[in-house]
Design a protein around this ligand. Sequence first.
Ligand SMILES: C[S@@+](CC[C@H](N)C(=O)[O-])C[C@H]1O[C@@H](n2cnc3c(N)ncnc32)[C@H](O)[C@@H]1O
Length: 211
Amino acid sequence: MSGTGLPEGVERRPIRGETGLATRGDPVYGESTDGDWRRWETRRSKLGALLDRGVDTGIVGGETVLYLGAASGTTVSHVADFAGPTYAVEFAPRPMRDLLGVAEDRSRLFPLLADARTPEQYAHVVEPVDLLVQDVATRGQARVALANRMFLRDDGRLVLAVKARSEDVTRDPSDTFEAVLKELESGYELLATERLDPTHTDHLGVVARPR
Ligand SMILES: C[S@@+](CC[C@H](N)C(=O)[O-])C[C@H]1O[C@@H](n2cnc3c(N)ncnc32)[C@H](O)[C@@H]1O
């Protein structure tokens, strides 16, 4: 970690007159650039929002990462800019096509077309990881985190974005978060939680370590 509390390779930099998080890599989603640096749009990234708010994620840079719910690569592309080998799981073929394009420019990014609810599908490919990032829009988000705990080293970290509306659209998000955290605690020790409203409505950021 650099002296700023941000992972090595993530900096707060002025780009086109606006100061915000940035990493070094080829642009992916139309973000502003300045030389090698590209803006990390935290309105489009829950992990980015957590780092921007100064939440202690324990991420130092250079970690081996398993990223669940990679979509077309907005956030995971930044992760692969500052991390080590980054395995990116996504089950929808359409965003996976874009993700494959993003990985062409990033030798440390490994896209996997698979369902995060059944980690046996990719267990033969993924090595033990220091960091598990999860942002899957599905019911049973705690179960997904628990099922993928097997990849996480004992001293590793889980950084999870819980999407309340994917669990139950009718329930009060606070009640949903409480239920998800309770279930998560069967396999993880919670270190920090942060509501990500208003930029990410009805999302809760969670940092945890395996028990
Ligand atoms: C909110 S989007 C992820 C955005 C992405 N993390 C980012 O910040 O750039 C959620 C993604 O989870 C994926 N997803 C939902 N259920 C999944 C599952 N069971 N396995 C893998 N991916 C899943 C969806 O296809 C979708 O692309």
